[in-house]
Design a protein around this ligand. Structure first.
Ligand code: KDG
Length: 316
């Protein structure tokens, strides 16, 4: 069976236990595994699909714990470098009862931000069916930007299907203009783009799903499908062969934490395509996993097993 691969920065997240306290007031935290692309790897692997993760960690307690979590999640460690001279990143996340939480990063100069094309060139992509990338790796360093771009170019050459999630994290970029330019350049090298409507507002100047989809479909020959996430309302799929459809989302009773929902959506879409589902059904699965994700405090602990996923989707 062919494998899934993603590249990104792993983090530890300290998730607040003190509801609605600002980060400067919070005293109690629980630590979880995080990092947008790693979240996707965790979710795809939890659904039983062979998964590889490309990154670097430091030789420090967070690096050790992340490596253990990755092994426990049955994600391959062949493409993970340990860089003794650099630290592993971490971040703090507020607990709120509505909206998105405040977050604060300690990731500048991390091991993953030093992962470069020389490391990447050692990787054999011959067993890979799908590669997922995001704008975060490009935002953390110049090496990360070049590595992400090179990964997408290798995929084009080897005919490997790719997804790109812009994953806007303004804190990581020197200016909004530069971020916009780089994220749209990277998007032009991917087959499937996964922006949210809020991201569309910044990257394309519109939060209208159709306008966002048309922008990315028109900007590149390589992009064939755009899936615009519209939160609890679902997602629009638009492709170059005429599919143009809104897939409705799933309602949940209680939202505990929205972080990781977009990655959960990517898990559903990618695993669905790897399972041979139609785009419509893969996007529906994405909506389901996004909805399951918001009901847990960690960034990826709400992602389901196959069994949990079918039960949730049957319930509707
Ligand atoms: O998408 C969820 C991620 O944002 C989180 O797990 C960590 O902020 C993070 C990042 O930049 O990877």
């Amino acid at each position: 069976m062919k494998k899934f691969l993603t590249i990104g920065e792993p983090l530890s997240v300290f998730s607040s236990e003190d509801l609605n306290a600002s980060l400067s007031e919070t005293k109690n935290y629980t630590r979880f595994l995080a990092g947008a692309e790693l979240n996707v790897a965790v979710g795809v692997s939890r659904l039983g699909l062979p998964t590889e993760y490309v990154t670097a960690v430091g030789k420090d307690p967070f690096g050790t714990s992340i490596m253990q979590d990755i092994k426990d999640a049955k994600i391959g460690t062949n493409f993970i470098d340990v860089m003794e001279q650099y630290p592993t990143g971490f971040y703090f996340k507020q607990r709120v009862d509505h909206g998105d939480p405040e977050i604060f990063y300690y990731r500048k100069g991390s091991a993953a931000s030093h992962y470069d094309v020389n490391n990447l060139n050692k990787i054999d992509l011959s067993e890979i069916e799908h590669i997922h990338t995001s704008g975060i790796m490009a935002g953390i360093s110049e090496e990360g930007r070049i590595t992400t771009e090179t990964m997408l170019e290798k995929a084009i050459k080897d005919n490997i299907r790719t997804t790109f999630d812009p994953n806007i994290r303004v804190q990581l970029w020197s200016s909004e203009e530069y971020m916009k330019k780089i994220l749209n350049q990277l998007a032009a090298k991917a087959n499937i783009i996964l922006p949210g409507t809020n991201e569309g507002k910044i990257l394309v100047g519109s939060s209208d799903p159709e306008t966002i989809a048309d922008f990315y479909l028109n900007q590149s020959e390589i992009t064939d499908t755009v899936i615009v996430k519209i939160g609890p309302d679902g997602a629009l799929i638009k492709n170059k062969t005429g599919l143009d459809q809104i897939i409705s989302g799933f309602k949940v009773d209680q939202v505990i934490d929205t972080v990781g929902a977009g990655d959960g959506f990517a898990v559903g879409l990618i695993s669905g395509l790897m399972d041979g589902l139609t785009y419509e059904n893969a996007v529906k699965r994405g909506c389901a996993i996004g909805a399951m994700a918001v009901q847990s405090p960690g960034d990826n602990d709400g992602y389901p097993t196959r069994d949990q996923l079918s039960k949730f989707m049957e319930r509707g």
